[in-house]
Design a binder for this molecule. Structure first.
Ligand code: GTP
Ligand code: MG
Length: 405
């Protein structure tokens, strides 16, 4: 009887072992014994054609199949080296949350996940918890939230409210984009003259402006802030174009008034030729598109820039017309910086509706894993001022630019 029981116990034990073997071998979690793609080059698809790749001549079959393509990629997980005193800065409303989330993802994936620079968010209202929770989670540096003081986002007392209201009505009838908007005007004035003076921004020397729903199309494998510092740059752009004349009819008159009162703020060797075809008599409406900017905050906080902004502000055009911060910043950079202090970031592939800057040159685009269509590149289009920037600076246009015209 005892022998029979022992026999039964052995059978149960053996069945349990067999059962365990089946469970472990059918598990979906790969084990250490998971078969590798060892040497089987044909199993790996070529991402450009989606066809099986041909084995690489002389390559180590064991490693090429699974080694990620990191050639010319971003620097290591966290880039070492000197850090700059820099931050991203975004002006936004709570309702912009998902559009700014998209922009942050692009900037982080293509650049900041390696550098972890801070991000300052500014708003004329309080940011709500949802906005803060989502953006904090997305930013790899420290996210900071600031409220704009009322006096930086309201009508100055020297503005005639009735006159401003009449202008908005007229612009609405003429169907000028944002022509009837009060908040858009506060936004343009704030970006022109105040964001760099917000208490949160005073801690930094460099900024990169980011707007909702922008995209980056290529890896940026170096520190752009350090590049600016090392090369003595103060302002930069990716896209340039002609401003909508109806929004700035008297801006150039206000600029000329400023330069006559403060001739000392206009520097020798500036970019006047970029913004005027007649040595300053008239403005040709070229401007850097300021929804993207990497720049130096100390320049914007300098006496020269503050005098410039204050002078323009008193001319009233932020409210009696619809002056944008793009021509305001651009004219300042063109007149108050030396030519060499303005940088065109050909390598930052960028989109803000409706224009794209896609770097000219196929090899660059391949090396930096760019996903933009070169046909969308705006640079060599007749409505862009970038060719003019190359010409006045005596720069050679990138090889192949003619094909993109
Ligand atoms: N806090 C706040 N931010 C604003 C307001 N209006 C615009 N902004 C922000 O200011 C920046 C510029 O505004 P946009 O609406 O993008 O202006 P735009 O680029 O000329 O026009 P779009 O083609 O609509 O992008 C963006 O970062 C906006 O989020 C506002 O009333 N309050
Ligand atoms: Mg925008």
């Amino acid at each position: 009887m005892a022998g029979q029981q022992r026999y039964l116990r052995y059978i149960v034990f053996a069945l349990a072992i067999i059962l365990l073997f089946f469970i472990s071998s059918s598990s979906s979690v790969p084990s250490a014994q998971w078969p590798s793609y060892k040497g089987d080059q044909s199993a790996v698809a070529d991402p450009t054609t989606n066809k099986p790749a041909a084995p690489l001549a002389g390559a180590d079959k064991d490693s090429t199949a699974t080694t990620p393509n990191t050639q010319n990629g971003l620097p290591p997980a966290t880039a070492g080296g000197e850090r700059m005193n820099a931050t991203f800065v975004t002006l936004a409303r709570n309702s912009d949350i998902w559009d700014i989330a998209e922009s942050i993802r692009h900037i982080e994936d293509r650049f900041n996940r390696k550098f972890h620079y801070d991000w300052v968010f500014l708003n004329d209202d309080d940011f709500n918890d949802e906005f803060k929770k989502i953006t904090t989670a997305l930013v790899s540096g420290t996210a900071k939230y600031g409220k704009i003081p009322k006096e930086h986002w309201s009508f100055p007392d020297f503005i005639d409210q009735d006159r401003a209201a009449k202008v908005r009505e007229e612009m609405k009838e003429k169907k000028i984009i944002y022509g009837d908007s009060i908040s858009y005007r506060h936004m343009c004035r704030y970006e022109s003259g105040f964001f760099f003076r917000h208490p949160l921004m005073l801690d930094y020397e460099w900024y990169w402006r980011v707007e909702p729903s922008v995209k980056l199309f290529c890896d940026i494998d170096y520190d752009t802030f350090k590049f600016m510092a090392d090369h003595k740059k103060k302002y930069s752009f990716t896209l340039s174009l002609y401003e909508y004349v109806e929004t700035i009819p008297t801006l150039w008159d206000a600029v000329k008034n400023f330069t006559s009162v403060y001739p000392q703020h206009v520097v020798d060797g500036n970019s006047m030729k970029w913004i005027s075809e007649d040595d300053g008599k008239t403005y040709n409406h070229c401007h850097f598109w300021s929804n993207f900017e990497i720049g130096n905050l100390n320049w914007l906080r300098s006496q020269a820039y503050i005098d410039y902004f204050t002078s323009l502000d008193h001319a009233g055009g932020f409210f009696y017309e619809r002056w944008g911060d793009a021509p305001v910043h651009s004219i300042a950079a063109a007149l108050m910086l030396k030519k060499e202090e303005i940088h065109f970031f050909n390598d930052i592939a960028y989109y803000h509706v409706p224009f794209t800057h896609c770097p000219t040159g196929e090899q660059y685009r391949l090396d930096h894993k760019c996903s933009c269509n070169p046909k969308d590149n705006f640079d060599w289009n007749g409505y862009s001022c970038t060719a003019r920037f190359y010409e006045i600076n005596g720069m050679d246009k990138p090889a192949g630019y003619e094909k993109e015209q």
